[in-house]
Design a protein around this ligand. Sequence first.
Ligand code: ADP
Ligand code: ZN
Length: 291
Amino acid sequence: MIFGAIEAGGTKFVCAVSDENLQILERSSIPTTTPEKTMTKVIEFFSKYDVDAIGIGSFGPIDVNPTSATYGYITKTPKVAWQNYPFLAEMKKHFDVPYGWTTDVNAAAYGEIKKGVAFGSNSCIYITVGTGIGAGIVVDNQVIHGFGHPEAGHILVRRHSDDQFEGNCPFHHDCLEGMAAGPAIEKRFEKKAQELGEDHKAWELEAYYLAQALVNYTLTVSPDKIIFGGGVMKQTQLFPLIYQEFDRLMNDYVETPLLEEYIVPCQLGDNAGITGCLLLAIDALEKKLQN
Ligand code: ADP
Ligand code: ZN
């Protein structure tokens, strides 16, 4: 059996094929330019293989509602060339196989629960803090879709009393992403996040906003684990600051697992998304065979 995976990101599409044991046979990184150029290369990549199913984790927002006329589309993305792009239909034109279709962060959450740091749990939230903030949610071993998919990177947060930054989100200004994604840090302090020292005031603010998100996620979903990925979280000094702020905000209302075990860095790193996509491909094939 051959399974395909596409982790479709804003800067690159990572494509991979594996056998049924998730052993990667080939992997390729294709720059995200226009749908025409990028998708031609994606299709070329998979044409070399007789794939049995494909899992896609895409940047979004995307339409994940199977009853919708635009199911399988990338919808409102700020990337103009990709707005209202029928991603899944384009793939189906070339490869008539079962598909898994979800957000990039849902796929990463699925990878981490099946093969990574949340292995053995029933539920987890994966939050990436990078160019944007996105969160994927798995409950009862299923990625969460409702009428759409979670957009938990855009939850509303309380402003820190020392923070004058107006916020960076084109839709909400000072939502979590607008206040705490990499570009927000850079605009606020006029320096790239990776160039700020470990003791910079930025990290206290960052922890202040991220801890609010995690408290809200905990109160809403009560997941077994919360997993952090993304470039900004390479600043590992953030973890103790987040634990401290989380404790302060929660104020003993909910007794969570030990924070060092509950709020953790991702384990699969750059492989989380691709692993999740391959697993979703396998699930899609199994589902088809059962019907
Ligand atoms: P993307 O979100 O595009 O997939 P990343 O997760 O690497 O990619 O996020 C890029 C953002 O993360 C940039 O805003 C960058 O400044 C920030 N970043 C990358 N590496 C670090 C680091 N070591 N420390 C702090 N911020 C970082
Ligand atoms: Zn927002």
